[in-house]
Design a protein around this ligand. Sequence first.
Ligand SMILES: C[S@@+](CC[C@H](N)C(=O)[O-])C[C@H]1O[C@@H](n2cnc3c(N)ncnc32)[C@H](O)[C@@H]1O
Length: 246
Amino acid sequence: MTQPAMNMNSFEGKRILALVREGDYAHAGEEEAIERVFRAVPKQAGSWLLDVGCGRGGSAEYLRRHGWGHVEGIDRDVESIEYARATYPEVEFHACDVLDVPRTITRTFDLIYMLNAFYAFERQADALAALRKVAKPGAQLVIFDYTVGAKSSDAPNPMMPGAIRLSEIAATLRDSGWEPAVVEDLSADYARWYATFVERIQLKRAEIEKIGGAESYDFVFSMYSGLHGFIVQGGVGGAIVHARAD
Ligand SMILES: C[S@@+](CC[C@H](N)C(=O)[O-])C[C@H]1O[C@@H](n2cnc3c(N)ncnc32)[C@H](O)[C@@H]1O
């Protein structure tokens, strides 16, 4: 039987991901990944960070609570932003598309980051140019995301059409006003994180079915087992892409 498609970036999708991940996270590796991404970023009370595609706000709150500075978050999903505002009142959240950030936010930031959000943007180059407008001179940009794997064909992967093509990202960054810096490959971590994630989905079956019924469980299980398989086979990978406002 064909399963109905479910958008994992919808409010219900992120609610299920948060349940499985046991925190308000919809990115691979949860808190271990946040620590990995920010391990070289000094904790400075006076720094301003922007979480782009912040979802339910758990990562923004994690960074604020652990001393990385002031954090603001934006997401186009209004329900997620309402949830984030009610749950994490010490972070300022804005409901807007990434392309509207310069019109919505008046301040500028020392660090702008995305945790599994960039792959979901329809206009990735325009998004980078919009974010450049709210970057302080010399600001850091950090993109934690899926990549087109080393063993992928040239055709866009239907499972992850927005995954970062590492051979093209430096040029895309330069064209939008960012100076590309190092890329850290996390493909082995992604394989491990998704193996654990698929196990957790099975353990949480009853709770997932309570939110979205048996169809949701079947969809989520087959989608993430498939993604794990792609990652293990080298079709999809993961990386942290660093850049600076030049
Ligand atoms: C996989 S979730 C990751 C959420 C969050 N970064 C986290 O780690 O929990 C991707 C998020 O990107 C948001 N998003 C997708 N396209 C967007 C856009 N054009 N502008 C703003 N947010 C967007 C979605 O609403 C979703 O919350």
